[in-house]
Design a protein around this ligand. Structure first.
Ligand SMILES: [Zn+2]
Length: 494
């Protein structure tokens, strides 16, 4: 074998680097599982990460299992290696942890304290020493009390497993396995689930999921449901246990039950709504609230807002029934006075006095970064009342006003009111009303001409980055005409 080889593709001289002694020894170990496992006891700890990475990608399950048990560092970010899920390797890791848990009675080499299954966009190794203790900061008062009562041996911190979980429609075999595994080790392991997304599971399944973890560790919960108010009320008792929840997203998939397409809940359902909104008073860390597809009576919205105990950064109430009284309550709610993100897309506001929204804009003028009012069908006269407050929001980086009923005149005024918004990176405006004929059809020439005119208006005021104008969705091809750098017409008009 030559140290100099000519690459035929490039026809240039490449220097062939021979494998290092370390690489050669890794190859030998990976080919002989028994040798590798027996060598772990004396293996330099600096050789562990690279060997583990190769054993993992080569699916050497016995070596992976043994290495988890003998891992000489406190932290193992195994999720960084799990680009695609492999059940054999997953089982091997859990089995390795089981070995370690058994060894803890008589500790051997293993130093692992935190096994991290979260998929993070970063390198598996090196981990900066001391930065990854995987500390679950959600230790509760009751945990601390219990800690005081534990003996010295028990005071040794419990092994932690960190996971992000996404359940969709049915629990898969692997998910059931992990839940049962976690359930059985609840006493000896601390399982911390930071992010949980549940899509269309029955309440019974959700109960099964939540029984495997302490809900107080959940920081982000996304729940997409098709439940009745009664079921949602039953679930809501878990919310009060989620004391560290900072992001809650509730999306209603059942448009017949809780949606904006039907009136707010019937009188016999009121007690369930009351129970649900009452739980918000217990979520003391909430910063981001997303509600999509719900309808509330005024009294319930008032109660929900009153129960918000912390200033929110994000308030997203989309595709919901919103009345003037709701908007007045938004304006009076101190938790909504420092918003960074306000989204009311899909909320029909054409027949509502939206003046209270200007209070929210004024109160958050120094902080508001994104404002989305897409599909609200707001008219000129309504929006004109918001302009003075809007012009004060100098921190805005993104606005979306698509699908509102604005004239050329209003749009021109609106653009002038954005003069001091130099941080804007994305702005979306509705195509002016004048683009449509009396039957609501888009006139392609007028569309291009008026949007180009508006673009020139804004360029004379400031230099926009990404800006676009769009028509309502075409009823025939379900596309919009969009004007950004040029006019892109819906299929029917091409
Ligand atoms: Zn069309």
């Amino acid at each position: 074998m030559s140290f100099l080889e000519v690459s035929p593709a490039s026809n240039r001289m490449d220097i062939w680097t021979p494998p290092t002694l370390e690489e050669l020894s890794r190859q030998v170990l990976l080919k002989n599982e028994a040798l590798a496992i027996s060598a772990l006891e004396n293996l330099s700890k600096m050789l562990f990460p690279a060997l583990f990475k190769e054993a993992f990608s080569s699916r050497c399950t016995r070596i992976v299992k043994a290495m988890v048990a003998a891992w000489p560092f406190p932290y193992l970010p195994v999720g960084a290696l799990m680009n695609t899920f492999n059940s054999e390797i997953f089982h091997a890791v859990l089995e390795g942890l089981d070995v370690l848990l058994t060894q803890q009675v008589c500790p051997m080499r293993g130093k692992l304290r935190v096994l991290d299954f979260r998929r993070m966009p970063r390198e598996f190794w090196p981990i900066q020493a001391g930065t990854e203790d995987g500390n679950c900061s959600a230790e509760t008062g009751s945990d601390k009390q219990a800690g005081k009562r534990r003996s010295r041996r028990e005071l040794r911190p419990r092994m932690k497993v960190r996971v992000d979980l996404y359940f969709r429609s049915q629990l898969k075999e692997e998910e059931m396995y992990f839940l049962q595994w976690a359930q059985q080790r609840k006493g000896s392991l601390q399982i911390c689930c930071d992010n949980m997304k549940i899509v269309l599971l029955s309440l019974d399944k959700v109960r099964m999921v939540l029984s495997a973890f302490k809900p107080e560790h959940i920081k982000v919960l996304e729940l997409n449901i098709d439940w009745s108010w009664c079921t949602l009320a039953q679930f809501s008792t878990y919310l009060r246990e989620m004391r560290n929840l900072h992001t809650l997203s509730l999306v209603n998939f059942n448009m017949d039950r809780l949606s904006s397409c039907c009136p707010p809940p019937r009188s016999d359902e009121k007690k369930f709504v009351q129970k649900f909104v009452s739980q918000f008073s217990r979520i003391s860390s909430l910063q981001h609230l997303y509600l999509c597809g719900f309808s509330f009576f005024s009294e319930h919205m008032k109660l929900l807002l009153r129960n918000l105990k912390t200033p929110l950064e994000t308030f997203s109430i989309t595709h919901c029934h919103v009345f003037h009284s709701h908007l007045k309550d938004f304006a009076l709610c101190p938790s909504l006075h420092g918003l960074k993100h306000l989204d009311m897309s899909g909320v029909l506001l054409c027949n509502v006095c939206i003046l209270p929204l200007s209070v929210l804009l004024e109160m958050g003028a120094d902080r508001l970064e994104t404002l989305e009012l897409q599909g609200c069908r707001i008219k000129d006269s309504q929006f004109r009342e918001l302009l003075p407050a809007l012009s004060q929001c100098s921190q805005l980086t993104k606005v979306n006003f698509y699908a509102n009923d604005f004239s050329m005149n209003l749009l021109s005024d609106l653009l002038h009111h954005t003069a001091n918004m130099n941080k804007m990176t994305m702005e979306r405006y509705p195509a002016p009303r004048e683009c449509y004929d009396r039957w609501g059809h888009v006139s392609r020439d007028t569309f291009s001409q008026l949007c180009s005119q508006l673009m020139d208006t804004l360029r004379a005021i400031r230099q926009p980055k990404r800006i676009s104008f769009a028509t309502y969705i075409c009823g025939r091809c379900f596309q919009c005409c969009v004007y950004d750098q040029e006019a892109r017409l819906c299929s029917c008009l091409q």
